[in-house]
Design a protein around this ligand. Structure first.
Ligand SMILES: Nc1ncnc2c1ncn2[C@@H]1O[C@H](COP(=O)(O)OP(=O)(O)O)[C@@H](O)[C@H]1O
Ligand SMILES: [Mg+2]
Length: 265
């Protein structure tokens, strides 16, 4: 059995008095992909940022490989972050660099001594892993949305991360291109043995890539189960989310005359 590589313990985080995380505890098992589900604005990106110490919790701890990140200084955190790859929402490539230069960027930053030739070879290897070796010279503007995400994934791979964090990797892609990304996430786990944390509201993606599914609701963990059990959970809010069904609360404003009385949950 695999053990936990990351433990988020009772995380609380508010912004301007508004609670976003209200006691979230999550364990990520080494070599598995964990998916955190929840609607837009529920705190998924905030959760991811805690995992690499880009945000500090108001209360709670983040344990990575036995070390408490919330007790670390910025220098130690920087070192730890090199063990993570982060696929940001939207991909976020540098527009002025072509694909291979984008992928080389973390190498230049973290291994400035490395020879240009070696950095380029590693970057090409990573582009190959996402099936884009033939696109090395393309500028981001000349790539599709799905290809840009794949280049961003290649860039996240350059430092051989143990953990990959994916922030809504399929959002904004058509179903076919989304599935290519899903395939790659599965491959990162199976071929590179990477531990994955995917945050998304895309149920098809969640079931395709996730070993374990966790659903957030109002800043707390509503459900946490292996993928095959998650589908069958006897929790109406989980079932509605899986099926994409709005409830009366979601629809209140749309139904004249029901706005006052239809709000109860
Ligand atoms: N740095 C910040 N300062 C203030 N509010 C923030 C900050 N980051 C996130 N929030 C708020 O926290 C909530 C959750 O945001 P986020 O994690 O981005 O949601 P999502 O689940 O869509 O990724 C939102 O209401 C957002 O406005
Ligand atoms: Mg987000």
């Amino acid at each position: 059995m695999s053990d936990a590589i990351i433990q988020l313990v009772d995380l609380h985080k508010s912004f301007g008095g508004q609670p976003v995380l209200r006691g979230v505890s999550v364990e990520l098992m080494r070599g598995q992909t964990t998916v955190v589900l929840g609607p837009s604005g529920c705190g998924k990106t905030v959760l991811l940022k805690h995992v690499i110490g880009l945000l500090q919790p108001d209360h709670g701890r983040v344990i990575f490989d036995g070390q408490d990140l919330t007790a670390m200084g910025e220098r130690a955190l920087c070192r730890v972050r090199t063990r993570f790859g982060f696929l940001f929402q939207g991909g976020a490539l540098f527009d002025s660099m072509n694909a291979v230069e984008n992928v080389m960027f973390p190498l230049r930053e973290h291994h400035p001594q490395q020879k240009e030739h070696d950095a380029r070879a590693r970057a090409m290897e990573c582009l190959g892993l996402v099936g884009l070796a033939d696109f090395a010279g393309r500028m981001p503007a000349d790539l599709s949305g799905g290809q840009r995400k794949r280049v961003a994934l290649a860039r996240a791979l350059t430092l051989r991360p143990e953990v990959l964090l994916y922030d809504e990797p399929t959002t904004g892609l058509d179903p076919i291109r989304a599935d290519v990304i899903n395939e790659l996430i599965v491959r990162m786990r199976d071929e590179l043995n990477v531990t994955g944390l995917v945050v998304t509201h895309d149920m098809a993606s969640a079931f395709k890539v996730g070993d374990r599914l966790i659903m957030l609701h109002e800043g707390q963990v509503l459900a946490d189960a292996p993928a095959d059990e998650f589908r069958a959970l006897d929790e109406p809010r989980v079932q509605r989310f899986i099926r994409g069904q709005a409830d009366d609360e979601d629809l209140k404003g749309l139904r004249p005359g029901r706005g006052q009385s239809g709000g109860e949950t």
